[in-house]
Design a protein around this ligand. Sequence first.
Ligand SMILES: Nc1ncnc2c1ncn2[C@@H]1O[C@H](COP(=O)(O)OP(=O)(O)O)[C@@H](O)[C@H]1O
Ligand SMILES: [Mg+2]
Length: 273
Amino acid sequence: MKKLEIKNLHVSVEGKEILKGVNLTINEHETVALLGPNGHGKSTLLSVIMGHPKYQVTEGEIFIDGEDVLKLTVDERSKKGIFLAMQYPSEVPGVINSDFLRASINAHRETPIKLFEFYRELDKVSKSMDIPMDMATRYLNEGFSGGEKKRNEILQMLLLKPDFIMLDEIDSGLDVDALNVVSNAIEEMQNNNSSLLVVSHYARLYSLIKPTRAVVMINGKIVVDGSAALIDRIDKEGYEWIHKELNISIKKDENKMNNVSIGTCAVKNAIKK
Ligand SMILES: Nc1ncnc2c1ncn2[C@@H]1O[C@H](COP(=O)(O)OP(=O)(O)O)[C@@H](O)[C@H]1O
Ligand SMILES: [Mg+2]
């Protein structure tokens, strides 16, 4: 595991086409940086791979190790080793975090994990993530700070050890120490031979996790597929060169959020000091 192939993927939400023919292959043991201005379809792509019901695939295919992903339910995809750390994790009042984590682990196993073994593992992983144990006894993500939500996503990743990992702006809201903790966890998964697809606006995360490749999504398509050197170029120059060199006009996000290119990030500046 795990090779992911996306062929000519078209996706609509509420009648609006967001992805307009995505082609992307991620080979075993690769860490691919997915770059692109805000509002161009990165989160949509990740949600569709995971199976979010709101998005309609109107054309195209997704395979994981040759198996048709689009035929699988979300839990089946998860059991195949696909994992998504969400950009905006949901708060789920009434569901205790540790119950959720244990149920996730058990859903991936033939026989349930022993309670003692679960708590030993949770304790170990929580400590490695600088997560206080009381986060396990609170409701899932309820009242968690932005950074705590992100660390809780990574905690799930470490407990489930997925083969194909998607991280959607996992570093937003993290301070410098938390960024180091999260990148160590990502490195552990790389050493575990997982494949990764990582969305971030921040060159700092990428300098820590060292992607093997970088791709750029503009207007719902992958328009550049190249080496990790692309990250530095975009960090320094933004996306304007793509417009000039490839003659692709770049749609402005309605929220004007696409002014936030990598390189204009507070976290990065803080680290530089
Ligand atoms: N559930 C949704 N309902 C309506 N529009 C959506 C939904 N999800 C995404 N979109 C729209 O799709 C476009 C791409 O969004 P997104 O995939 O979040 O971009 P990115 O992650 O690159 O910032 C945006 O214009 C966004 O408003
Ligand atoms: Mg997004």
